[in-house]
Design a protein. Structure first.
Length: 255
């Protein structure tokens, strides 16, 4: 039985995670450590499943809010989401088969490269070229969706950042529309992984329900901030989150 303080910690973490996730993704960086701190005796897979259930509600509410206010690039987002759903489920299945620690050095290098590229290119993600996304772009979206979907189901941290970078770099979106597309894909990856974890009894439903409520509240506020302040605000939060991810992965890799 959790104490009031422990419930408050999880609720607060879920709110902040929902806010950050609605802007640039990366809410798991906040929610997962909070779950491991409050519930140290629970199996890791159960905590990951609980996180996915809490996160999917916040991500879906942010995606809905974006879709009502801006033109979501559906021709890029939907193929990526379709492939991501399938491969996220496969990634969740692979959790018990492959050592996730092997991914840390690679993810750290990719995060550093993505962050440096975004920082150096001051105009990166500031302009949306509004181009028509044809069949080649749809194939590219499915390819990136498959790769990042598997990664999110298998490991997860940084998925939102990678998705935003991909939608800007390869599809010509600005930060705001890239973030909206990333939310669509994240709903798919969270849903697929949740199907696997839920079917195997690896979700703490009461804890997840509590966190979902506050995750939604944070997501609504985060989407409001992003829509109000635009791509420049999203870019700054993106760089801040990417820097935090680099610090965390560097610490976990070399200690």
């Amino acid at each position: 039985m959790m104490t009031g303080m422990e419930m408050g910690l999880l609720a607060g973490a879920a709110f902040i995670a929902g806010l950050v996730d609605a802007v640039v993704g990366g809410g798991g960086l906040i929610q997962i450590p909070a779950l491991f701190t409050v519930l140290p005796q629970a199996m890791p897979a159960t905590l990951f499943g609980t996180n996915k259930l809490a996160a999917i509600f916040g991500t879906a509410s942010a995606a809905l809010r974006y879709s009502r206010r801006i033109q979501v690039p559906w021709r890029a987002a939907l193929p990526a989401a379709f492939a991501a759903f399938i491969f996220s489920y496969l990634g969740a299945m692979a959790v018990s088969l492959l050592p996730r620690a092997l991914l840390r050095p690679l993810v750290l290098i990719l995060l550093i490269l993505v962050t440096l590229y975004t920082f150096v290119r001051k105009d990166f993600g500031s302009i949306d070229d509004n181009r028509h996304h044809g069949s080649s772009d749809m194939f590219l979206a499915m390819l990136f969706g498959a790769v990042l979907g598997f990664y999110d189901g298998f490991f997860g941290p940084g998925t939102g950042s990678f998705l935003i970078f991909v939608f800007i770099r390869f599809f010509g979106l600005d930060f705001l529309r890239a973030s909206s597309a990333a939310k669509i894909v994240n709903v798919a990856t969270n849903g697929a992984a949740l199907l696997y974890f839920g079917a195997h009894g690896q979700v703490l439903w009461t804890v997840a329900a509590l966190m979902a409520v506050f995750n939604i509240a944070g997501a609504v506020f985060g989407a409001y901030l992003a829509l109000r302040h635009g791509s420049g605000f999203v870019r700054r939060v993106f760089l801040a989150l990417a820097t935090a991810l680099i610090a965390k992965f560097g610490y976990d890799t070399f200690t």
